[in-house]
Design a binder for this molecule. Structure first.
Ligand SMILES: O=P(O)(O)OC[C@H]1O[C@H](OP(=O)(O)OP(=O)(O)O)[C@H](O)[C@@H]1O
Ligand SMILES: O=c1cc[nH]c(=O)[nH]1
Ligand SMILES: [Mg+2]
Length: 215
């Protein structure tokens, strides 16, 4: 399902039996750290693949052992930006789909009292003019961390923005729509709501802790 709207946020929920099956493993509280990382990697590969469904390509001729075949290559390799920590678990999958990409890093952790993002790392190219950017973060809860990341990217001139997430809350999608950013959001599921601790319900818990342990 894809929804475009005047606010400039285009949401694509990737709903496929295999994405639902991997997401079910992520949601299961019995899934341990190792199995969680593995399932996140496999689901991320599918989501990233979908995120590139409309990527611009150039025509190229390819010499096969038999004849010349028409082929394509991606016009501008992307910059992937995993949002630490949890987004790190999506990076290898993204690179497996597009190995000649660039990588930037943003580190934000939510303040446990306020749920507001606290930045501890921004390692990004200074000029992102003309550079397609794909932000990787499994969770979109209040939207604060993603909007903070989009702010950093926009300050550097990025306008071609895509976020790839695993699970979101309607509140996070609404916050994106209320922001000034124009972007595509490719996501595995949009759940019911946030609870009083700003966790996604039913969600999958803390995606960072479930990969790496408590911070
Ligand atoms: O939409 P929001 O309300 O901002 O919440 C989403 C953020 O929360 C999680 O990170 P967290 O702060 O838990 O850091 P971690 O990845 O280091 O665990 C998640 O990976 C997002 O970055
Ligand atoms: O449900 C949530 C909300 C924020 N961050 C997470 O990892 N999970
Ligand atoms: Mg976390």
């Amino acid at each position: 399902m894809t929804s475009a709207s005047d606010d400039g946020v285009q949401v694509r929920v990737v709903d496929h039996p295999l994405t639902r099956a991997w997401l079910s493993i992520l949601r299961d509280q019995a899934t341990d750290n190792t199995a969680f990382r593995s399932a996140l990697a496999r689901l991320s590969q599918m989501l990233v693949y979908e995120a590139f469904a409309d990527v611009p390509v150039d025509d190229v001729d390819v010499q096969t052992p038999v004849a010349v075949a028409p082929g394509v290559k991606v016009t501008t390799p992307p910059l992937f930006v995993p949002v630490l920590r949890a987004g790190l678990g999506m990076l290898e999958s993204a690179l497996s789909v597009l190995p000649d990409s660039r990588i930037g890093f943003v580190g934000v952790g939510r303040d446990e009292e306020t749920a507001r993002p606290v930045e501890y790392l921004a390692s990004l190219p200074a000029d992102l003019t003309g550079q397609p950017v794909y932000v990787l973060d499994p969770m979109l809860a209040t939207g604060g961390s993603l909007i903070h990341t989009l702010d950093l990217l926009a300050e550097r001139g990025a306008t071609d923005l895509t976020a790839v997430c695993v699970v979101g809350a309607p509140e996070g999608v609404a916050a994106l729509r209320a922001s000034t950013h124009r972007l595509r959001l490719v996501i595995g599921a949009v759940d019911e709501h946030l609870n009083e601790d700003a966790f996604i319900v039913p969600g999958l818990g803390d995606a960072g802790d479930r990969q790496f342990g408590p911070r």
